[in-house]
Design a protein around this ligand. Sequence first.
Ligand code: FO1
Length: 309
Amino acid sequence: MILALSGGTGGAKLLDGLSQAVGQADLAAVVNTGDDGDFYGLRVCPDLDICLYTLAGVVAERGWGFADDTFRCLEGLQTYGQQAWFGLGDRDLATHIHRTVLLAQGRSLSETIDDLAMRLGVEASVMPMTDAPVRTRITTPTGPKTFQEYLVRDGAAETIDRIEMVGIDAAVPAPGLIDAIKNAERIVICPSSPVVSIGTILGVPGVRSALAARRADCVAVSPIVGRRPVEGPADRFLAGAGYPECSATQMARIYADVAATFVLDDRDADECAAIAALAVEPVTTDALMPDRASRARLASRTLDAVGVS
Ligand code: FO1
């Protein structure tokens, strides 16, 4: 079994590639839940849903939400004076309603994700990093915000003073997660934000040390190409977390204790010597994923880098 650590859109693309490379039955994913939030009383888990929808083949072209969704409910809510800046489509809302009903019945988040995966026809094992509520809080010069308020409502326009994972110290890994790390054939860190996606997963007590014990079998894929994030404002999050540079080398440094191999883009090949100096093996390839074929190709190259062919 291949275990992948993933955030939202960037990570889900490589998950799709891995599912093409090894098949969903041999794939497991542990997903960030720091971006989760409650809207209109409904539990919304953006990264988990992006991964589920992608693996189910129903994700919208933009990378989140359901394909061909409509937004009639959101329009109606706006009519009633509700805030409607978070784009929850009508079909997507069914996911959030179903999950919230199951949670209210006493099911854990892991159980609700199992249920959604089964009903959406996802064969891969998809799990949250924890069943406990962990929420990423972003503090800017204008005050603290939830992750989605910062990213979507405010367009990630402000510099970040502080990033906190509220609740993480009390969180325990989701059932089966530590065993999955121990038993996986290989582990892939997807090209998601090392701070607010992968960093949050690694922050769950016990996860980073379990991964460090599998360092030789773990490969990370760079979310930075040409010293810029491939998707989203990863540079803002890096700066907000106190990392001095936005580069592939910086990524390899962040993961040096958990991943002995690092896949970076051909354009950043001049960074290989600096990465090797971290005792991390650099592997260059085309790390962009504009279509499904390139996702499969990057996934195969990544697995090949850790001896899976
Ligand atoms: N991203 C946006 O940029 N705008 C949205 O309105 C939006 C809505 C949304 C609804 C459901 C969902 O599962 C994801 C959604 N996303 C939206 C994506 C999400 O904000 C981020 O991409 C992730 O949280 C970061 O991984």
